[in-house]
Design a protein around this ligand. Structure first.
Ligand SMILES: [Fe+2]
Length: 205
């Protein structure tokens, strides 16, 4: 099954600046994504994107919503339409006249699968957070205290253990860090507290 998108331009430049409202985005999220584990993953990535945009990119609330929305919806079609993964959500967001930058970030979150290279900082951070977030969450589930007391050393040990969270691509992680120009240690240290907060407050709503 090929998920290659076969194109590299998404959305319409005339729609630059357009987003869904939070309510619209959450409605789509709830209608399309039924699997609670996938929902949690998408909420965690959304929280990471928002926190990064606010803290590291200096964006305000409304600017950070672009980043958060990309994180929130990046896997929206994976649950019910895996054979259309990425294609379906991209077409939906194009139909809804969403900012091309948000659509491009979603389209490039797995460039080996979709054939779209991460270009902007938003693209690169979504790609970097996606796999690392999954590995760190898997690690929290095997720790008696969850995220409490989790540190960089422990995460790096799990990364080296190929059998741990074997579906998380270590190649993607190192490729993503390189593309983002951010050391792995810095990313992991950023993710742990943000994800700890996001992971506890969101249920299976
Ligand atoms: Fe994902």
């Amino acid at each position: 099954m090929s998920l290659q998108l076969g194109r590299s331009v998404f959305g319409d430049p005339l729609h630059t600046g357009n987003t869904l409202t939070r309510e619209e985005a959450m409605q789509l999220f709830d209608e399309w994504v039924l699997n609670p584990r996938l929902k949690l993953h998408m909420l965690q990535v959304a929280a990471l994107m928002k926190a990064w945009a606010l803290e590291k990119e200096g964006l305000n609330e409304s600017g950070s919503w672009h980043w958060e929305m990309a994180g929130l919806l990046h896997d929206a079609d994976w649950d019910q339409w895996p054979e259309l993964h990425c294609k379906k959500i991209i077409e939906e967001l194009e139909k809804r006249k969403v900012d091309p930058e948000i659509i491009h970030a979603i389209a490039s979150h797995g460039h080996l699968h979709f054939g779209v290279i991460p270009e902007t900082k938003m693209d690169k951070m979504l790609y970097a957070f996606d796999e690392l977030s999954g590995l760190i969450h898997a690690y929290s589930l095997m720790r008696p205290g969850g995220y409490a007391g989790m540190d960089l050393t422990g995460v790096k040990k799990r990364l080296k253990e190929k059998s741990f969270a074997a579906n998380v691509s270590r190649d993607d992680i190192s490729d993503a860090c390189e593309r983002a120009g951010i050391p792995l240690d810095e990313l992991v240290a950023f993710i742990i507290p943000v994800q700890a907060a996001a992971g506890s407050g969101v249920g299976n709503d």
